[in-house]
Every structure is written in structure tokens, then in C-alpha cells.
Design a binder for this molecule. Structure first.
Ligand code: FEO
Length: 393
């Protein structure tokens, strides 16, 4: 891909990774991703904002082929998908300095062995003049590491946000064209990466609110030329109130737990609750994470394997706990053959969630009438709880 002009002397200069299907060996990327670097050429100095994943260094270096000088490399975030090509850029531009936060400097030395003398660190709110263009650095910690910052290009009302507002989406479009598609990709990104730090993100959103922003240029996915779209989405996702939604991930080995899941789903749906059901043997965990952004209740369905929950349920429950969604309620349903510690083990895995645990429903073998009545009671309790929290309007 060639570089693309955003405004005069401001260029997208990145790499599109159409075929990447997994990030951090964990996160599914159904639509690939991009690593966006940006070049800002002021009347006196030139800055490269972030680089690209080391697997695509060659793409960036070919875009830089006719750029004779770079004075600064701005590193908003030390993770290697943005920093990994910095050593190669420093090798080409011998006098370039890496500008980052003090925490970012330590991480870049640790991760990439960049010599200390190549760094300049900046304080929160500090500005850097490039001549007729000025970058202001704004600390926005925990998106999703502690060292993260963004840059505001004052003369052009442009925010370079790195992972903040990013979307894992490979596209040839410089700007957001299909808002629905980008919304889904950005929500997936938020759910998997940013959601655990929701409270701090609220503060970061307040911090950037005072800036007039015409463009947001993230380091993954297309540039927002109507930034209200993504800022409003973030305000909604990070808000305190969940929605009238139940998420129902489950595993079933011989059909008993599945029958319970289907019965409960139907009972909840009849009451007007939106329910998302996920078979953990086959589901994309990113889809599960997306639904957890807004859900009020999580019901985990598991059979009993070696006295505890199925290993896939362990894995998904651990992930849900780590993502810290704003759930209010949780419970467990499932089946066992002769004995089970599934409830104790699952409740022990979700301590981060601060959710009220509703009465679980575990049945011996295939569910009978008494088990279905217990599931009716669970559905009624969930409905009452959602009503108490004004979620059912
Ligand atoms: Fe896109 Fe946290 O790196």
C-alpha cells in the first residue's frame, strides 16, 4: 500500500494485514487489521507517529523511501505492533529521536533494546513545534498499557489516538465509509482490549473532550473524519448502566446442558429480555466479548467434567472475569452425572465481576420437570432484578 494524504503534509503511512487471524495468540481477527503510522511534515521538523508491526517493516520502509529526514518518532504506545519497526527507522534516520512518556521509554528499552541516548521524554500536556505544526501530547493511560498517550495536532484539529478508538479492520478505505462495519470492529476491539480499564477510559474521554477534534487517526482501522460517531460509542460502552441483556455461553457434551440453555433462553426471551447464546466449543470469543460490553447478566452453562466445569467453560469464565464487564448478575446452570463442584469453582473464577450470584440450577442427568420449574424461577428472578435496575423499559 502507498502512503495516503489526510491533509496537506499529513500522511497515513501504514501496513494492512489482510490475513492476520489472531492477535496475541488469543484474539480472533475475522477482518484482519492494520498498523497505522502517520507522517507529519512541518515547515521545520518532520515527525513519524508510531510505526508498524515488525512483520511488515518492509512496507513502512518502502513508504519512507523518498523521505530524506525524520527528526522525531512519536511512540504513543510501546506494544510491538506499533513500536516494532522503530529500530529499523532509527537505523535509517541516524539523528532521529524517539519521543515518548517516561514509562514508554523504559518499556521500549526493555522490549526493543533501543539505546537510551535516542530518547526524549515528554510530560502530560507538553507541546512540540514542527514549525507551522504543533503536536501536543496528552497522557491517556491504560489504553491498554500504563504508558499510553495520544497526540493532538493543534493546527489541524487532528487526534492521533493509537489503540484508543482503534478497530481491527483491514480496509483500503482511508476514512470510515461503512459505519456499521466499523462500529462492530471497534466494539470488538474495545471489548477485548480496552474494557478492563473502563473507569480510566471514562477519565481519558473527559480529558480529550476539551479539544476541538475534526479527525481521529487511530493506529488500527480507518481514520474517523466524523469523530462524534466513535466518541459517542465509547461514551455508551464505558457508561455505568448495562442493558436488558443476558449472555449465555455454554458447553454441552450429551445434550442435557444444551436443553437447559435452550429452555432458559426461551423463558427469558418471552419476558422481553435479549439473550445471546454461545456454544463455547465453536464460538468466536470476540463475539462473546462484544455482548459482554452491554450485558446485565451472565449465565454460564456447563456439564461436569472430572467433578468441575468443562475446560472450555473455565477458559471463557476466566476471560470474562479478566475483561471486567459491567455485569450486575451471574449464575450457573448445567448437568452432572454423579457429583459436581462446578458452581463453587465457577463462582471462584469471577471475583472481579462484582456480580450478585443468583441461585444456580444444576440437575442430575437430563433435566426433568422440577429442573424446568427451577429454570422458570431463575428467568423470573432475572426479570425482577433487571426491572429493579430500570433495565426493562
Ligand atoms: Fe495495537 Fe496495544 O497495540
Amino acid at each position: 500500500m502507498r502512503k495516503k494524504e489526510i491533509k496537506e503534509n499529513i500522511y497515513w503511512m501504514g501496513a494492512i494485514d489482510w490475513d492476520r487471524r489472531l492477535f496475541d495468540s488469543l484474539i480472533p481477527l475475522p477482518d484482519g487489521t492494520s498498523y497505522n503510522a502517520y507522517l507529519v511534515q512541518g515547515s521545520k521538523k518532520t515527525a513519524l507517529l508510531d510505526t508498524v508491526d515488525p512483520s511488515m517493516t518492509g512496507v513502512l520502509m518502502s513508504q519512507l523511501k523518498n523521505i530524506s529526514n525524520i527528526d522525531y518518532i512519536i511512540s504513543h504506545h510501546a506494544e510491538q505492533d506499533h513500536s516494532g519497526s522503530i529500530p529499523c527507522v532509527l537505523e535509517k534516520y541516524k539523528s532521529a529521536k524517539v519521543i515518548t512518556t517516561p514509562k514508554g521509554k523504559g518499556m521500549l528499552i526493555d522490549l526493543l533494546c533501543i539505546p537510551e541516548k535516542r530518547f526524549l521524554t515528554v510530560d502530560d500536556g507538553e507541546s512540540l513545534s514542527l514549525g507551522d505544526k504543533t503536536l501536543q501530547f496528552i497522557y491517556t493511560p491504560w489504553v491498554h498499557w500504563p504508558e499510553t498517550m495520544v497526540s493532538y495536532l493543534k493546527e489541524d484539529n487532528l487526534l492521533f489516538s493509537c489503540d484508543f478508538f482503534g478497530s481491527h479492520l483491514a480496509t483500503t478505505d482511508l476514512y470510515v465509509i461503512d459505519e456499521g462495519r466499523v462500529y462492530e470492529a471497534a466494539k470488538r476491539y474495545y471489548a477485548e482490549i480496552v474494557m478492563p480499564f473502563r473507569k480510566i477510559i471514562q477519565k481519558n474521554l473527559e480529558k480529550i473532550d476539551k479539544y476541538e477534534i475534526d479527525f481521529i487517526a487511530p493506529s488500527h482501522g480507518p481514520v474517523y473524519n466524523k469523530p462524534k460517531f466513535i466518541i459517542d460509542a465509547y461514551l455508551d460502552w464505558t457508561s455505568e448502566d448495562p442493558k436488558n441483556i443476558v449472555v449465555l455461553p455454554y458447553i454441552s457434551m450429551h445434550g442435557s446442558t444444551k436443553r437447559m440453555v435452550e429452555y432458559l433462553l426461551s423463558a427469558l426471551a418471552e419476558k422481553g429480555i435479549t439473550v445471546y447464546q454461545f456454544d463455547l466449543a465453536a464460538t468466536d470469543i470476540g463475539k462473546l466479548a462484544i455482548t459482554l460490553v452491554d450485558a446485565a447478566t451472565l449465565i454460564i452453562g456447563t456439564p461436569t467434567v472430572h467433578v468441575g466445569p468443562h475446560p472450555n467453560v473455565f477458559c471463557a469464565t476466566h476471560l470474562a472475569n479478566a475483561l471486567r464487564p459491567k455485569l450486575k448478575f451471574a449464575s450457573i446452570i448445567g448437568s452432572y452425572g454423579w457429583g459436581s463442584n462446578a458452581v463453587e469453582q465457577i463462582t471462584g473464577l469471577i471475583s472481579n465481576l462484582k456480580a450478585e450470584i443468583l441461585e444456580p440450577v444444576l440437575c442430575k442427568g437430563f433435566p426433568d420437570e422440577a429442573d424446568f420449574r427451577a429454570l422458570d424461577n431463575l428467568a423470573a428472578t432475572i426479570w425482577e432484578k433487571h426491572k429493579e435496575h430500570n433495565l426493562t423499559k
